[in-house]
Design a protein around this ligand. Structure first.
Ligand code: GAP
Length: 529
């Protein structure tokens, strides 16, 4: 697992410096695990949202979108199981008083072991290169040297250790064996990052939902008036299942998509926008005939992975992770993990939710949640009739997708030549996601060049986001646009006045070409369509 803390820190600083993400209420020293998106970040986030929304609701024939309220009737959360089951096992360090989610504490330790293994691999590999093929010995012998070096340094033991810890953790979590988990932490001498001690409390469960009250006269102890900030957007879809099905005359299989805020009182929330207390989800519930869930589960796994790849994200940065401990509502579930600079982590979940949610809402609301299927069942020759549909859910965190996109795009490049030191930070966003598509830069502030540039701006801005800038040298302006991830810059110069052509500069290759002004719109639209 690559764990590039320096790169992660550099991305966080870059996000702040260039207006992508700020700590929330920063003038009051911020609010833990809450962030604000700035002028660039909100554009990027919106472009990701639009791309998801369009692929779900416009390109799929049988999926429609809704926008449900954040507040829902409190019984929703009893029915969904969140009041009783939306808990995480937590452990407190008695010295620092810091509370940890048990799986995150153990995984953090596993990350450290993986890091140690990576260092040994790198070291043994370097020695292999120096003493191996280059010293004129056979590849087989060189491999043996590499293997022996790694073994001597204890590499295999470290690998075995983290593998075994992960296996034990999964098995203990699956059984809710809290005493066993505590023993695992103690036996491996897993320490608190703050106090550095292993002085742990017993493991207890904590509910992750935020609550507040409706009305002004009720006391905060009044359970009846308690409302929750939704911890997932999915329930807004389930309670509207029949509204949408009937008014939209939807026929199974069909889906309902939604993008919206969700809130969780995360205990370990210190990985920038990866784990926040207020975040956004893009969820889709796909309603299907019971018995067809395996087939649809596989279909949605493949479709969602393709969606990520369609953005030009590299396939090797993704992997599936099957859940060992299934959530209370699922009969199969997996994560699509992405290799962030902090390692492979969950980006999206695909869950086969059975008929759990609709059945629960039927029971708690006493309203039928059934669908009448008049297609003929070939086995009986009769219509399938009434049933509660099964559901496949795809659920992706918008903020995590933002982090995946920016981590993939971020590059520090050394552009030094023999006679000049130079470097740049460039965000190689897919053109369709870039906050600004085209920067329009007159070479000088005089000689009629700004007027031509302003005309280009006027022609292009109804079609895509443009940015106009006259200040500073052209080199500095290019660097600034690279740091914002702008795929195209056009420079208006004196030749423009003669032949109506401009220089267009491509962000990634830094190549420049001369094109007629009237071609500009087409070039950018082709790249972002
Ligand atoms: N409706 C199912 C559901 O909510 P989940 O795995 O708990 O499933 C789905 O969450 C996705 O939401 C995750 O894959 C992740 O991308 C995102 N997510 C969950 N908790 C988050 C948090 N605290 N901060 C940011 N994103 C989060």
């Amino acid at each position: 697992m690559a764990n590039d803390t320096n790169k992660f820190q550099a991305i966080i600083s870059h996000c702040k410096e260039y207006g992508f993400i700020f700590p929330s209420s920063e003038i009051y020293d911020g609010l833990q695990a809450v962030y604000d998106y700035g002028q660039m970040g909100s554009e990027l986030k919106k472009n990701i949202k639009d791309y998801w929304w369009k692929s779900m609701t416009q390109l799929e024939d049988n999926i429609v979108g809704i926008d449900a309220a954040i507040f829902m009737h409190p019984t929703t959360w009893k029915a969904s199981g969140h009041v009783d089951n939306f808990n995480d096992p937590m452990i407190d360090n008695k010295d620092s008083k810091k509370r940890y989610r048990v799986d995150h504490l153990i995984e953090g330790y596993v990350d450290q072991l993986m890091e140690e293994e990576n260092i040994l691999l790198e070291k043994s590999g370097k020695e292999y290169k120096e003493t191996g093929p280059y010293a004129g010995i056979s590849e087989e012998e060189a491999n043996k040297i590499f293997h022996d070096r790694f073994a001597q340094a204890g590499g295999f033991e470290i690998r075995e250790k983290w593998n075994s810890i992960l296996k034990s953790m999964d098995a203990l979590l699956a059984k809710d064996d809290f005493a066993g988990l505590k023993t695992l932490i103690e036996e491996n001498k897993i320490k608190c990052a703050i106090s550095g001690t292993c002085n742990w409390t017993d493991i207890r469960q904590f509910n992750l939902m935020f609550s507040t009250e409706f009305g002004s006269t009720v006391s905060s102890d009044d359970e009846d008036n308690k409302v929750y900030l939704r911890p997932e957007t999915a329930q807004g879809i389930f309670v509207n299942f029949l509204n949408v099905q009937k008014t939209g005359r939807m026929k199974i299989p069909f889906g309902i998509a939604q993008i919206g805020k969700a809130f969780r009182n995360e205990i370990v929330a210190r990985q920038f926008v990866f784990r926040m207390r207020e975040f956004e989800q893009m969820e889709m519930q796909f309603f299907i005939r019971p018995g067809t869930q395996k087939e649809w589960y596989e279909k949605w796994k493949a479709t969602r992975l393709e969606w990520h790849k369609s953005l030009g994200m590299p396939a090797e940065k993704y992997r599936f992770h099957d859940h060992v401990k299934l959530a209370h509502y699922a009969d199969a579930a997996c994560d699509i993990e992405f290799e962030f600079p902090i390692g492979f982590k969950e980006l999206e979940g695909i869950h086969s939710r059975t008929d759990f949610d609709l059945k629960q809402h039927q029971e708690y609301s006493k309203k039928k949640m059934q669908y009448f299927d008049n297609d003929v069942d070939p086995a009986t020759g009769k219509p399938y009739g009434n049933y509660i549909p099964y559901v496949i859910e795809t659920s992706i965190g918008l903020d995590r997708m933002f982090l995946a996109v920016i981590s993939q795009a971020y590059e520090e490049q050394d552009l030094s030549t023999a006679d000049k030191q130079d470097s740049r930070v460039v965000l190689k966003f897919p053109a369709k996601l870039a906050p600004i598509k085209l920067a329009i830069l007159p070479l000088t502030k005089k000689d009629g060049l700004p007027e031509i540039a302003e005309q280009i701006m006027k022609d292009c801005k109804p079609h895509f986001r443009c940015f106009y800038e006259e200040k500073d040298s052209i080199g500095k302006r290019y660097r600034r646009m690279d740091a914002l991830g702008t795929p195209f810059c056009v420079t208006v110069d004196h030749q423009t006045k003669e032949d109506n052509t401009v220089t267009i500069r491509h962000r990634d290759s830094m190549e420049q070409e001369r094109v007629p002004i009237e071609k500009l719109k087409e070039i950018v639209l082709n790249a972002i369509s």
